[in-house]
Ligand binder design. Sequence first.
Ligand SMILES: [Zn+2]
Length: 167
Amino acid sequence: MTDRSPNGATVWARHSRLRVVPPVQPRKLAKVPFVELADGRLQGVVSSGSDIGRVYVSSIAAGTHDYNCSTNNNRPCGGLYGSPCKHLRALVAEAVVQYGADRVSRYLRVEVPEGADLADCLGGVHEPAPAAVVFSRFLRHLAYLEVPDTTLPIPELHWFPATGTVG
Ligand SMILES: [Zn+2]
């Protein structure tokens, strides 16, 4: 008799899954691992296109459409030259996939003419906002993720070691 269970970890992983709200369409989690409509904002976490270890926290306020994008350490995004950066555009695109265009435009209170891109219809300005709140919501969200059976690295888990320092 022995307590050793070579497959214990696998079994545990298989049984610990929880369902999250299924997206309207399948999402590309590696690019935008977290998106939500919460706190009067469309907000989320967007992977850096060039650096696997860096993420951006992007948000757009409902109503005013003022936007912000910074790293999770509150360093401003270099792409914000008077207009939303590619991370914000990726966030909007993924929100549409996750929630559907109608729900996103209703939440942000934006008029989107037929055939137009929602991201092009936002009229806000850059308004700095702390990233820590959004980032900690992202880290909490990770705890409820459904992790698929795969031997590949899971991009959403890459940032776990960085949870210790906020602010
Ligand atoms: Zn950005």
